[in-house]
Design a protein around this ligand. Sequence first.
Ligand SMILES: Nc1ncnc2c1ncn2[C@@H]1O[C@H](COP(=O)(O)OP(=O)(O)OP(=O)(O)O)[C@@H](O)[C@H]1O
Length: 345
Amino acid sequence: MSGLALQNVVKEFGSFRAVNDVDLTVPHGTFVCMLGPSGCGKTTLLRMIAGLDLPTSGAIGLDGEDITRVPTHKRNLGMVFQSLALFPHLTVGENIAYPLRIRGAPKEDQRKRVDELLSMIHLSGYADRPVSKLSGGQRQRVAIARALAISPKLFLLDEPLSALDAKLREAMQVELRQLQQKLGITTIVVTHDQREAMTMADTVVVMNGGEIRQAASPIEIYRRPADSFVADFIGQTNLVEAETDRSGRVTVFGQPVPGLDLPAGAAKAMLSIRPEDVHLTAPGAGALTGTVTFVRDLGGTIETFVDVAGRQIVAVSTPRARPEVTVGQQVGIGLTPDVCVVLAK
Ligand SMILES: Nc1ncnc2c1ncn2[C@@H]1O[C@H](COP(=O)(O)OP(=O)(O)OP(=O)(O)O)[C@@H](O)[C@H]1O
């Protein structure tokens, strides 16, 4: 297969298993973001793909070749890690040309490639500047260009944008994605920022406790989370329990939700209901009734916190779409089966 394939990859540090039996296929040209809380094993997995760590067991393949034990410098990788490690005493052009120079590429070829890459990262004319005179975002782009100078088979980045301020970071996410699409290079980015992952990835790999909990497109992960960890980790959600009552009706907080089905044979299941799918109504008009406990008006959106039988439900809407409500007021909550995602666990 063309692309990257991880098979039953395990990494143990002493008796601690940091990566537990990971299987993942990344087709050629795909942009993958590995996402998860601190310590979930995403950097360890990336380091094994890079050849910086050896798996305890399992296999890593690239374009059909087993590279599990191939040293990093023979894997044809481009890497950008958190600390950029640009050479501060070299110019922008010299930094980008560095990997070509150490491979003995002719001077003229180096110059051509540097010009090509500078144009790609929107820094044409910057070749002779010292890197010390660049802004954070410009340095980031130079690090990316240097990693791409050798036209690698695989582009690996670990939290590449984490040192940038929020606005620049968002702009760079779009730039990085556009560059990757232009080059069609298989790319894996480790991030703990779900918005960043949703912006850039074809496939988001959500990890927890050394395991992949779900690997799917951003919208699939958001709309059809595999389990309550993924539902809660990606975006905001309401996790509520549904159960079957004595007469066989499926209920939420004791109120029947007609048309909602639980998995065959299950008396209970967790539901994920996104806040934008929770519709506030007049009391009694919705399936549930609750009391407004807090209203967070963020200008573009309003979050309304509602206490329903001692549990908090959050509804999000635009100011125009939301009925006027105040703290202490009773409201109804309309629940339809189509907004309730029944979770596996
Ligand atoms: N060299 C090592 N020796 C011992 N334990 C390690 C080593 N490297 C990583 N670990 C442990 O393995 C687990 C996974 O670490 P890893 O760096 O992969 O997490 P991460 O998901 O990238 O986290 P973060 O977002 O904080 O960087 C952590 O519990 C970490 O302490």
